[in-house]
Design a protein around this ligand. Structure first.
Ligand SMILES: Nc1nc2c(ncn2[C@@H]2O[C@H](COP(=O)(O)OP(=O)(O)OP(=O)(O)O)[C@@H](O)[C@H]2O)c(=O)[nH]1
Length: 277
């Protein structure tokens, strides 16, 4: 059995940073986790990839091709379709076949339409699972700064939910850039880590807008509650214990180690450090 995390999320939310810190953390605990870059427009990242899509296709080459004539978004979709056509001929030889216990993070582009409603990544995941013997976890990154009030929380959660439904694999939401929040903002954000979305809607301050759309907002919030998706794992990359807990949680979901659950600590206590500002 091989294991994979598909790292998705809007542009700049910290997908590559997550991959890079996870790889380093795994190395320090004598685990071997490798990264595959799947962003054909990536300019730089802080890891040595096991495979890099830019060796197969680069966004700039597509944009400069007079026969193709696409803009940046269309060009990226074109690249990802090209990638899908070369899974067997390019990706499989690059990552190797039948490597038992292998663990790979796939660092994806930030165009969320790839996950929220197109079927490209869904087909990729199916190939990993059905043809190449992987167990797959979807990891969706959201910048903590975008989760500071109920409206942003609902909007962010809906894209995470679409991604989870579209890919149909186990799913974790990671709240990135926690280290950049003040202690006060961290406290504020705690109520969004594992909330009841309907309750959050009712806590919104009264305004003509909130009263007019209360019914609609509550119905959307109920969808999130019904899918039980509304749980966020905070990531402060400075904390090894925090990286370890996320890795153990992923292990648990992927079934990497049967006793992983006994090592997972309460993630909220990770942010309870009185010495921090
Ligand atoms: N302080 C801090 N900065 C972060 C963190 N995660 C990402 N960044 C910074 O945010 C910027 C974007 O991070 P990336 O990891 O490149 O984000 P990405 O989601 O891979 O970006 P795209 O590939 O463009 O979609 C970089 O300048 C990172 O250094 C974090 O947890 N803490």
């Amino acid at each position: 059995m091989r294991f994979a995390q598909i790292i998705m999320g809007p542009a700049g939310t910290g997908k590559s940073t997550y991959c890079s810190y996870m790889e380093k953390h795994a190395e320090s605990t004598k685990r071997n986790i490798r990264i595959v870059n799947l962003d054909p427009a990536a300019e730089k990242f802080d890891y040595q990839p096991l495979a890099d899509i830019r060796e197969l296709i680069q966004l700039d080459d597509v944009l400069n091709d007079e026969d193709i004539q696409l803009g940046p978004n269309g060009g990226l979709i074109w690249c990802m379709n090209y990638f899908m056509e070369h899974l067997e001929s390019w990706l499989l030889p690059a990552i190797g076949e039948d490597i038992d216990g292998d663990y790979i993070l796939f660092d994806c582009p930030g165009q969320i339409e790839l996950y929220t409603h197109m079927d490209l990544m869904t087909r990729f995941v199916k190939t990993l699972e059905d043809s190449w013997g992987f167990r797959v976890l979807g990891v969706y990154t959201i910048d903590a700064h975008f989760l500071t009030d109920s409206s942003k929380f609902i909007a962010g959660s809906l894209t995470a939910l679409s991604t989870m439904i579209n890919l149909s694999v186990p799913h974790m939401n990671i709240l990135t850039k926690m280290d950049l929040l003040s202690k006060k903002d961290r406290k504020t954000i705690e109520r969004f880590l594992e909330p009841d979305a309907v309750d959050l809607i009712h806590e919104e301050p009264d305004s003509p807008w909130t009263s007019k759309y209360l019914g609609l907002s509550s119905a959307i919030a109920k969808v999130l509650d019904d899918f039980a998706l509304v749980k966020y794992f905070p990531l402060d990359v400075r904390k090894d214990s925090n990286l370890e807990n996320l890795l153990l949680m992923a292990d648990l979901v992927l079934g990497v180690s049967e006793d992983a659950d006994v090592k997972v600590k309460d993630h909220e206590s990770e942010f309870d450090d009185p010495d921090e500002n």
